[in-house]
Design a protein around this ligand. Sequence first.
Ligand code: KDG
Length: 327
Amino acid sequence: MADVVTFGEAMVRLAPPNFQRLEQARSLDLEIGGAELNTAAGLARLGHPVEWVSRLPNNPLGALITNRVREVGVSDRFVQFADDGRCGLYFLEFGASPRASSILYDRKDSSVSLAQCGMFDWEAIFRGAKWFHVSGITPALSPGAAEVVDEAMHAARDAGVKVCMDLNYRSKLWGCEHAAEVLGILLPQVDALIASEADAEHLFGITGADFAEVAAGLVSRFGVKTVVGTRREAPLVWRNRFAAVGYTDGRTYESAWYEVEIVDRLGAGDALAAGLIHGLLDGDLKKGLDYGAAMGALKHTLPGDLPWLTKDEVEAAMQGQGLRIKR
Ligand code: KDG
């Protein structure tokens, strides 16, 4: 029985080594990643039983992904191997200041993007679970995937499972108006929302003088209970200084600040989501922000999208070892 269920796509990631451009590459480093799988992995590393739900093609690339899923400690019991669709790929070119990193998706018609309502037995999947997590990437994959997210959220609520969503707007997957329309339908079913102030403004026109005002706007528009984001200072291409911040019942909470050297920022937000849910499982937002910020900080230092962390090192970082900075 899982504490947490996540639903989404995982892709094979291919990146040229040594800061090469894709067009000059002779070889590509292989990792796997997908927002909800990354979060599931973070929760597994903190010791929680987690189910990652998805559809993968019934071929060696699907097997490659589930091999890694099991290695990182996540259950793939409800992953479906499909005869339709394909395994999504993405190419990542690492930048070096002032050249930004860039991503090229090759994921159209992936097996999970072909998902339809009725394909997953949500009642069985949510049995005994406490939280369901999904990102705004999954409903962006296709109209069918968006409907399945809606179906899963309803099933979660019927089963008494709380819903966490990371808005995670990806402009390469859908336009702003379409995203606002679909996410606007999903958000009233969400308990805890992770959102950046930029996405709140860009998608919903919600602005404010600070995080608390934006969060209050999201709470009143969509009825979510809790909003979580990050505060950043002078972000540079290879250094980041940030804290996690949360708003609930009219109060704002903040984690310690971390200054990190960025080896690979992909999946840092998903690692933060894992720490957040770890705290929310105890009904403790401040604990979630503290674990989330430490997990996000440590993930920046690791290559690949998955947070190959231990609970001990996360807690050591929270105690001030290494990364944490005084304010
Ligand atoms: O948050 C990191 C994810 O963006 C990455 O793992 C790949 O899921 C992914 C996506 O759709 O970009």
